[in-house]
Design a protein around this ligand. Sequence first.
Ligand code: ADE
Length: 255
Amino acid sequence: MRVDVISIFPEYFAPLDVSLIGKARERGILDVHLHQLRDWARDVHRTVDDTPYGGGPGMVMKPEPWGEAIDAVLAADPAAQPRIIVPTPSGVPFTQKLAMEYAAEPWLLFTPARYEGIDSRVMAEYGARMRVDEVSVGDYVLAGGEVAVLVMVEAVGRLLPGVLGNAHSAVDDSFAPGAMENLLEGPVYTKPPEWRGHEVPEILLSGHHGKIARWRRDEALRRTARNRLELLAALDPETLDKHDRKLLSELGFPA
Ligand code: ADE
């Protein structure tokens, strides 16, 4: 997968050299290209922002440098088109489902903004020609979109074939489609069996795979009921078995 990022802080993306994503890049699974937006500013001060039309606080990112920067990235492969992802707190929520959709794309272009955001005509211009998604990583406001891009690249990158390897698979993750859809993964344990008087739940030492799977599912349901009631409400009743329903009704949520 090719990933381009245009930002006034390309140095923000140093973490992409590290760990799982760094290795995916070394192995050629992920091809990251960072671009300095100011390279496409035309004045001596390399200005990329201006005051908002209609008044109000803050500054808005000017359309011209973004347009030229995006055109330059698009010119890298005129036969293809990237999916453009604009991080903004006003966007659609970034979810595991969207991460999986992005992981299936050959080319992503991220345009993280600073200040109050990018002049909306930039999204209109490219949205008329290709897929442009305005995406939020959560209901809070960051100082800029760079960290949101790191979040998305990490979530997408670990889903690319060959990145996680056989020892670790994404199928049991919280939110994974299938059995874990709308469920949070429960607690995990490793050796020693007792630490500071806390014991590992005995079932996990039993070697009984069926019972362990059932226990894990119970814990996932409990944790979801405790931490994320809105996810519990979104559970597909078709995916619940008799035992699930019994547990949920014990927890006070009759299915
Ligand atoms: N930029 C600032 N806040 C953001 C958020 N929550 N998600 C994506 N981009 C952002």
